[in-house]
Design a protein around this ligand. Sequence first.
Ligand SMILES: NC(=O)c1ccc[n+]([C@@H]2O[C@H](COP(=O)([O-])OP(=O)(O)OC[C@H]3O[C@@H](n4cnc5c(N)ncnc54)[C@H](OP(=O)(O)O)[C@@H]3O)[C@@H](O)[C@H]2O)c1
Length: 343
Amino acid sequence: MGRTTRYVSLRQYAEGRAIVPDDFALRTGPVPEPPPGGVLVQTLVLSLDPTLRGSMTGRSDFYNQQFALDEPIHSRGVGRVIASRNDDFVEGDLVKGRFAWADYSVAGPLAGFGAGNGLTHARPADVKLSHHLGVLGNTGYTAFFGMMAVARPRPGDTVLISGAAGGVGSVAGQIARILGAKVYGLVGSERKSAVLTEELGFDGALVYRGQDLADRLRALIPGGPSIYFDNVGGELSQLVMDQMPFRGRVVECGQIATYGEPDGGLKVDIKPIHLRGLSFEGFAWTQYSEFFPAAKAQLQHWIATGSLRVLETERHGLESLPEAFVGMMAGENIGKMTVTVAE
Ligand SMILES: NC(=O)c1ccc[n+]([C@@H]2O[C@H](COP(=O)([O-])OP(=O)(O)OC[C@H]3O[C@@H](n4cnc5c(N)ncnc54)[C@H](OP(=O)(O)O)[C@@H]3O)[C@@H](O)[C@H]2O)c1
C-alpha cells in the first residue's frame, strides 16, 4: 500500500447560518503523485481567510467557486518541496501557493482557484513562515494597496477601520497612522481595543457589540470619519455611513458580517451614499500584482524600522483547522490567523 495523507474536507455546506466545526471532516487518502510540471509539497503553514467561507455555501450562483464535498479544502499556504517534476523547484525548496488542507499536497505554477495553483518560491527565506501568508502575503498586500492606492489618507483625515484588530485591519490601520492620519478601529472585544491603542498607535477604538453604538461612535469621532475602511459590511457599516461627513469616502475591502447570509450577503443600502454624497470604492488585492515586490519591500522596511508591528494568532495541527477557521470567523484571532501543520 502507498503512503497516506490526512486531509480536511467539507462534510456539508453551510448556507444561511454560521459555519460550525461539525461541517468539516478529517479523512485519510493516498498521497497524490505530482503531475507533469508540478511538485509534491509537505504542508508547513496554512492561511485562514474569510473569503474561504464563500466557497462553503454550496451556492452555484455565489461569486466564489465552491469546494467539492468530501474533497480536500484548499487555501494559501507555505510548504517544502519533497518531490519535483519542475526544473524551477528542487527538493527542499520553501514554496508558497494554494495547497490542500492536508499533510501533503501537489502543486504547480498555474493561476486560479484550484488546489496546487500559483506556486512560487517563498522569499525571503529568513522570515517567519506565517509572514508569507500574513503581512508579506495577500493579507499585507490587501492592507497596503487598500490604504496606499485606494484610501490614500493624508494628515487631517480621520480613518475608521472595521475588523481593525484582524490581519488586514491591524496592518491597514498602522499604514494610515504612518501616512499621518488619525486612525480609529471597530473591534469585537475590549482586549482587541487595548491592543490597538496601546500597542499599534491607534488614536482610539470602539467595541461594536453592545448598546448605544451610534452614540458611542459619535462621541469617539465627532463629525464622523472622513474615510471608512470597511472589512465587515452589514448593519455595522450602514451605521457608520450614516455618520460620515459630506463627501466622505468608503473603501470597501470586505463584508465578513454578511458571508453567511442566505442570499449570499454583500448587499449595501445606498441611502447614506446618496444623501451624503459619499464615494464607495471596492478593490481586490490581486489587481495590484505588478506592484507586489515594491509593496513587500516597503512593508519589510516598516517592520525593520519598528513602524509596523505584526500581530498573529497561530494554531497547531492539521486537525485544528475546522475549530481554527470557525474561531477566526467568530473573532477569536488577533492579527493574521494561521495553522502550523508541520514544524
Ligand atoms: N479586498 C480584498 O482583496 C481582500 C483580501 C483579503 C481579505 N479581504 C477581506 O478583508 C476582511 C478581513 O480579512 P482578514 O483576513 O484580515 O480576516 P480577520 O480580520 O483577521 O478575521 C476576521 C475578523 O472579522 C471580525 N468579524 C467577524 N464577523 C464579524 C461581524 N459580524 N461583525 C464585525 N466583525 C466581524 C472578527 O473580529 P472581531 O472580534 O472584531 O469581530 C474576526 O477576527 C474580510 O472581510 C475579508 O473578506 C479582502
